[in-house]
Design a protein around this ligand. Sequence first.
Ligand code: FEO
Length: 393
Amino acid sequence: MKPIEIAKGIYDVGVNDWNIRDFHGHSTSMGTSYNAFLIMDSKIALIDTVKKNFSDDLIENISQIVDPKKIDVVISNHTEMDHSGALVQVMHQVGEDTPLFCSKMGQKNLDLHYHQPWNYHAVENGETLSLGRHTLSFIETRMLHWPDSMFTYLQDEKILFSSDAFGQHYAGLEKFDDRMTDDIMPHAKKYFANILLPYAPLITKLAEEITSMGLEISMICPDHGVIWRKDPGKIIDAYVRWSHQESIRKAVIIYDTMWHSTEKMANAVANGLNAENVSVYPMHARKWDRSDIMTEILDAQAVVVGSPTLNNGLFPTLSDFLTYMKGLKPKNKIGAAFGSYGWSGESVKLINQELAAMKFDLIDAGVRVQYVPDEKAIAACFELGKKIGQAMK
Ligand code: FEO
């Protein structure tokens, strides 16, 4: 990827990671990008870096604009290694004494990662830095995505460098939203559902703070994916909606099956939901990546989980998924369980315990079927689906 001038004298010098398909456990069907930004002014600033194995590409991109040695300030908005991994090489090229701006937690976390005696400048929330023509201000955004996260705002151009927030795992040569269709939104939604959802209350608060600050935004430059310049309000509105966990008349059925009994039950529950005009997403836990399932759950009103009983417990894919979902703290969901068993039959009880721990509204004790469901059992699953549909708004 060549440097792209995103505004006069401001460049994206980041890289595309075209072929990554597993980003620390998330499926990334379209790869991702690590965006980094160079601001040319009386003082030259670099905002964020890239993953370590792309260090040479970043240096090459910077070199197409300016000798890296001429960079006066390096800014780290976020310590996670997809954005700081190239810092060791960058600081070596730029000069080890170059001021490294970050949040207070950023200094702590960068030190814990890289153990280098860098010339840190830990900024206060709202602190500004003049580069000459441009002035930057720093906005603390703890837990979006790590305790160290911050935004950098370019005041005159009204450009927000937002780190992980508003990003998407998407590699492409189209770097702007106006070069894309709405097809980019599912990638943004997946990013939110799997990375930022636990911090939804903080996002709501941050959105209110930014509104009260009267911060005008002409462009949002996240560290992953496309830049929002055509309509930055669109992704901000989506974040407000997602962080409020607004849901639609939709149910996700996550299940696994050993001899197709729990699968037959899943299909009957789906038919019952469909009879109540609910959009239904049956998702086999071994066929779908957990990050794709979570993306569908974000705006679903109901989450229905089906597991066979295996060795007195849950089928492992459901244990995995329930653990994953619990960590992401989805809210305002109706929950229900079903499952087949041979002799002991603990799965429904175990699912209910997990859903209750997530504060889901359990509207039924669930349906258990021994071995293979007969007509009566299928009818009970259909009725469960209907009952869930009737409980929805
Ligand atoms: Fe893209 Fe939290 O790093």
